[in-house]
Design a protein around this ligand. Structure first.
Ligand SMILES: CC(=O)SCCNC(=O)CCNC(=O)[C@H](O)C(C)(C)COP(=O)(O)OP(=O)(O)OC[C@H]1O[C@@H](n2cnc3c(N)ncnc32)[C@H](O)[C@@H]1OP(=O)(O)O
Ligand SMILES: O=CC(=O)O
Ligand SMILES: [Mg+2]
Length: 358
């Protein structure tokens, strides 16, 4: 661990100063694309915001899902797209190859020196502990200095190994570059020897069953499917909140099952995640819908804010007690709505039309 006095010092001479607080930029949908897939790549310039259908983040993926033979083409494709595109309010992220792969060094050196001024966040897969973040941190500082960048590129870790989960707090606090964490349910399931073969989502076998009725022992008992990812997401949310970084759900691989995708995203939103991945264009609308507070929630939150006056004491609203703590819950919603309204004109219209009565 670096001592506190050195934590915010640049790790290379000439590198930009680290940020002291991670900027709270909306990132409801982190939309993955394969820059080596020409058809997919050709759609990216038209997916840039502002606009309600746009993802908040476009992510050029270089790791899993890109064929080994296409790794170099993907890297070069991302450089081409980034140089040719004005991303406006949309963030540009990339997912580099794993730190033990033969491609990652070239990913970092090429991307930072060629398009470092366009890249907001680098997603690092299969992070095992703080040592992985320290490696990337120093290398990025050296490359930023070489490229003459004026702002630091942030780092996002994917949580997809048991060791990564065990080291979650030290990963979140490893560097001022840490922007957030995503759940990697496919790799994590494999690493933990879980028995689901799905990419995210539930499993019908993971359930609890209603107790037997002693009066009717043969009666069919209700079962309730449980969320396989609850424990991991809850840990992520706490570790991220503790370190002032942001938690995200990850991939939902059953592209056809939009209902279950929405449910999984909503569970993550309710628990504290700020966004999720979108693998297919139709998942963008789901993510944008789920990770934007509803008009009803914002109306209620604003009513509580208005009713609470100076923010202390207790009041009754619609038969329910509101106080300093519930006011803080409501302010989380109101602040998120303000950030989203700044980049999403349709949401702004909806939130602006809310009338607040006592
Ligand atoms: C476990 C993990 O690591 S998850 C993260 C890694 N995985 C990924 O990044 C996967 C990204 N997504 C994909 O590769 C694809 O969406 C697939 C393979 C899931 C499905 O692809 P397809 O079968 O081509 O989907 P589909 O036929 O519905 O595509 C419809 C259109 O959307 C385009 N499209 C599909 N996915 C994307 C995307 N992610 N971004 C932009 N456009 C896309 C297709 O090119 C197609 O264009 P067309 O209408 O001009 O023909
Ligand atoms: O990279 C994502 C995963 O689920 O694995
Ligand atoms: Mg993975």
């Amino acid at each position: 661990m670096r001592p506190a006095k050195d934590f915010f010092r640049p790790l290379a001479v000439g590198a930009p100063d680290p940020v002291h607080e991670v900027p709270a930029r909306p990132s409801r949908a982190i939309h993955f694309f394969d820059p080596s897939n020409e058809k997919m790549a050709s759609k990216i310039p038209d997916m840039v915001g502002p606009g309600s259908g746009a993802p908040d983040v476009l992510l050029g993926n270089l790791e899993d899902a890109v064929k080994a033979d296409n790794k170099e083409a993907a890297r070069a494709g991302l450089v081409r797209i980034a140089q040719a595109t004005d991303f406006g309010p949309t963030q540009l992220w990339t997912r580099i190859n794993a730190l033990d792969s033969p491609w990652v060094l070239d990913d970092l050196t090429t991307l930072v020196t060629e398009i470092g001024d366009k890249l907001d966040v680098i997603m690092v897969p299969k992070v095992q502990g703080a040592e992985d973040i320290h490696y990337v941190d120093r290398l990025l500082a050296q490359l930023e200095a070489k490229a003459g960048l004026e702002r630091p590129i942030l780092v996002h870790a994917i949580l997809e190994t048991a060791r990564g989960v065990a080291n979650i707090e030290e990963i979140c606090g490893a560097s001022p570059r840490m922007q957030g964490l995503s759940l990697g349910p496919a790799d994590l399931a494999a690493d933990r020897r879980m028995k689901t073969t799905r990419v995210g989502g539930g499993h019908p076998g993971y359930l609890v069953r209603q107790d037997p009725d002693p009066q009717q022992p043969d009666k069919q008992r209700q079962t309730y499917q449980q969320d396989l990812w609850h424990y991991t997401i809850a840990r992520m949310v706490d570790a991220c909140a503790m370190h002032g970084v942001y938690p995200y759900y990850g991939p939902f691989g059953d592209i056809a099952d939009e209902t279950a995708c929405e449910d999984q995203f909503r569970n993550a939103f309710l628990l504290g995640c700020v966004g999720t991945w979108s693998l297919h264009p139709k998942q963008i609308a789901i993510a944008n819908r789920v990770f934007s507070p509803s008009v009803e929630d914002i109306r209620h939150a604003r009513r509580v804010v208005a009713a609470m006056g100076d923010g202390t004491g207790a009041v009754m609203l619609d038969g329910k007690m509101e106080d300093d703590a519930s006011l803080k819950q409501c302010l989380v919603m109101v602040e998120l709505a303000e950030q989203l309204a700044a980049i999403d004109p349709e949401l702004r219209k909806q939130y602006d039309a809310i009338e607040v009565d006592r």
